[in-house]
Design a protein. Structure first.
Length: 272
């Protein structure tokens, strides 16, 4: 077997976690990542037929993901430590055949377990896979300006999205379907996972009010880049929100931009 710490999916996960901590998106043990790993990707590094190290109840029915492998950050783990000690801070799990348990195949060597947000992650994975079979990644983080914007801007999906589209020319091209919004809810429970998953059938980005954001994608780069783009636009908004606005990207210009790039966007989010 090859050394699993040198697996491309492992190195990319560690690098992404380090970048998120560096950017201030994931303070202390805040934030979590889960990524689908195919058997083809994992088999050179693990004996997949071996008995799991242990089994951990999921607390909900994930049978549609039965047999799927996920690389997942651990509960209570600091993103700043993932790169220097992946085996303690990450775990490779497999959803059991009945969809009721996570089978630990590697990691959490200190006896830890997956993030408390795993139900929300897996529900979101199921939702995204139902509309995009190439989906692979869910990222949850607490980007500073996106979070700050929650306190000074309406939490209406149309208005929040439209404001961000107006902040940077690229925004309507990067997330043309807009951003889903949830009111403040108790985290770490199935109800917020179910609400997030419902939004994920329509949006790749979902804001948890006064908490953070969920981003999804076909790769770590895509999910990271979605959140990164929202955070940049939110930063521009927060820097200018109390100043008189002399210029803006008008709705007609946003339409022209989307049409020019052949992007299908939420037309009802513009005032045309």
């Amino acid at each position: 077997m090859n050394e699993i710490l040198k697996a491309p999916f492992m190195e990319e996960m560690a690098e992404t976690a380090a970048n998120m901590y560096r950017l201030g998106w994931d303070e202390r043990n805040g934030g979590n990542i889960s990524m689908i790993v195919t058997e083809k990707e994992a088999s050179p590094y693990l004996e997949l037929s071996a008995p799991p190290l242990r089994k951990i109840p999921l607390g909900f029915d994930a049978s549609s993901l039965a047999g799927t492998l996920f690389l997942v950050t651990g509960t209570g783990k600091y993103f700043k430590n993932v790169k220097k000690d992946p085996e303690t801070n990450l775990g490779l799990i497999r959803v059991s055949t009945d969809g009721a348990q996570a089978e630990l195949l590697w990691g959490y060597k200190d006896g830890g377990r997956f993030t408390s947000e795993l139900p929300a992650h897996l529900m979101s994975h199921m939702a995204r896979l139902s509309v995009d079979p190439e989906h692979k990644v869910i990222i949850h983080s607490h980007p500073t300006n996106t979070l700050a914007m929650n306190f000074v801007h309406t939490l209406d999906e149309r208005e929040f999205t439209r404001t961000l589209w107006q902040m940077c020319t690229e925004c309507i091209l990067v997330f043309p379907e807009g951003i889903g919004m949830l009111p403040w809810m108790l985290c770490g429970c199935n109800s917020i996972g179910e609400a997030t998953a419902a939004k994920m059938k329509e949006f790749r980005l979902v804001v948890w009010a006064m908490h953070g954001i969920y981003g999804s994608g076909k790769s770590l780069d895509e999910a990271f880049g979605l959140i990164e783009t929202v955070e940049k636009a939110a930063q521009v908004y927060m820097l200018t929100a109390r100043l008189p606005r002399l210029n803006t990207i008008r709705d007609e210009e946003l339409k022209t931009l989307a049409d020019a790039f052949g992007v299908s966007y939420r037309k009802d989010f513009l005032g045309l």
